[in-house]
Structure formats: C-alpha cells, structure tokens
Design a protein around this ligand. Sequence first.
Ligand SMILES: Nc1ncnc2c1ncn2[C@@H]1O[C@H](COP(=O)(O)OP(=O)(O)OP(=O)(O)O)[C@@H](O)[C@H]1O
Length: 281
Amino acid sequence: MTVPFIECQNIAFSYDNNHSVLNNVNFIIEEGKFAAIMGGSGSGKTTLLRLITGQLAPTSGKILIKGRDLATFSAEELYEYRRRMGVLFQQGALFTDLSVFENVAFPMRELTKLPETVINDLVKLKLHAVGLRGTENLMPSELSGGMARRVALARTIALDPELMLYDEPFTGLDPISLGVIAELIHRVNKALHSTSVMVTHDIAQSLLIVDQVIFLAHGEIMFSGSPTEMLEEKSAWIQQFVSGSPTGPVPFRYAAKTGLQQDLFGKQAVFMPLPPPTLTR
Ligand SMILES: Nc1ncnc2c1ncn2[C@@H]1O[C@H](COP(=O)(O)OP(=O)(O)OP(=O)(O)O)[C@@H](O)[C@H]1O
C-alpha cells in the first residue's frame, strides 16, 4: 500500500501581505518516491522546499507529514523531523577548514553519540557509496567541483535520512560530473528508500531519475505527473520548458512596478521614439 509522506493541501504563501508567492498548491509525494519541483525562475520552488522543511509556515493550507499537520509539531518533533532529513543545497558547501573525513563525520558527531570506531566505518561506507573512498585526508580545496559535490552528498546521507531534499544539486557542474551526481542521487534514493524532493532546472537529467514532476508557474501548479506524462504534455508552458526555448509563455523579466521610460525619465516622461537612422553618403 502506498503511503503519502508529504501532502500539501491548498497551500498559499506570501513573504509580505501584498505579493502572493504560492497559491492553491496541492500535491502528494508518496513514501519512497522521488519528486522534482520544476518551473521558471521565481516561480516559488525554493519557497516550497522551505515550507516542506518547516523553515516557513504557509499563510493558509496545510502540509501533512505522514498524515500529521506540520504546523502542530512540537519543538522536539520538529527537531526530530529535521534530524531525519538530509539537505543538499546548491553548491553543496563543505566546511573548508575540515578534511573530507571530518566533513562527512560532522552530522554524526553533532547529532549522535556514536563511538569513534563506528563513525570511522560509517564515513568510509558513505564515501564508498559516492565513489570517493580514499579521499578521507584531503581538504576541500584539493577537490574538483564534482568531487566536492559528491562529498557533500556523502555528508547528506551520513545518517540515512528518510527524507532527502536537493536544491538545484546540478548547478555549476560539467556534463560528466552532472551525470555522475544524478546517477548517485538516484542510487541513494533507491538504496535508502528515502522519500526525495529535488528543485531543479535540469530537465534532461531529472526526468531520467524521478518518479514525479511538480511544475510551478506563477506560484501555482501548472502540471503534476510522471516524466513520461510531462514529455507528452501539450501545454505551451511545459513544451517551452522541456525544449528550453527562449520564446514562449515563460516570463524571464521581473514584473517591475514602473515602466522603463518612467524609471529613466521620471513620472511625466512621454515616450518619443527616435527617428529611424538615415544613411548619408
Ligand atoms: N526571503 C524572501 N523575502 C521576500 N521575497 C522573497 C524571499 N525569497 C524569495 N522571495 C520571492 O519569492 C518569489 C519566489 O522565489 P523562490 O526563490 O521560491 O523562486 P524559485 O522558483 O526558487 O526561483 P529560482 O529558480 O530563480 O531560484 C520570488 O518573487 C522571490 O523574489
């Protein structure tokens, strides 16, 4: 039987009261499934991730975690929820003054009382899982960008999280490192049976590894379904996103409150088009 791990019920959110960032957001992510949150820049993806972690609270609606309203969690329950969560941020920043070993051991030391011998074995296992056993004594400055991201992944899975959250994990990687990280993320998800949510712009890689896509536009869900359904979707928004076309309904301009003429020439400005250039010999 499938069990909802995350259920968003009619979520709305705004950072201030004037500007709504999310509206009418409804979806279910089942236990053990991998969902990608996609959408144009500023569509509310990271905000949705922050709501799922409990860093932000919805303005209205409910987020249920395994059937329980996140808003009703006590401080201890919220701590426990976050302790069982692994988060890999964009750039996956490592502690630059700690070795690879200490970076991966960090959550184990901070959040558990495991003895040193167990930590030692666990760090090796986690580094093995990302193909980097043997790098324990290196410092982050000695790693390539792709290796650093894999160490960050090893640190994220240090405590076998039941919920994995990835915020644009492929940013800044070359195509090969990107493929490697995508494959590792996929394997980790399968090996740990963790429920995973990934905010990403990378359609090609993510459609290969996720079970479900939630596509946001203007803070609302424009599409929700499987990768195959997304590829077959006829909506102009989804097609533009999938094809990566610069023209189409997906906006790339920030919705400025004032016009360009007004910004440049003041309130009373009247637009006077320049005469077309004339060619003189
Ligand atoms: N801390 C904040 N305070 C006020 N507004 C914010 C804050 N963070 C984000 N926003 C606004 O909320 C909207 C959604 O931002 P969000 O970062 O969730 O979008 P996104 O889809 O993750 O964008 P991107 O793909 O560019 O990272 C944007 O209009 C943004 O300007």
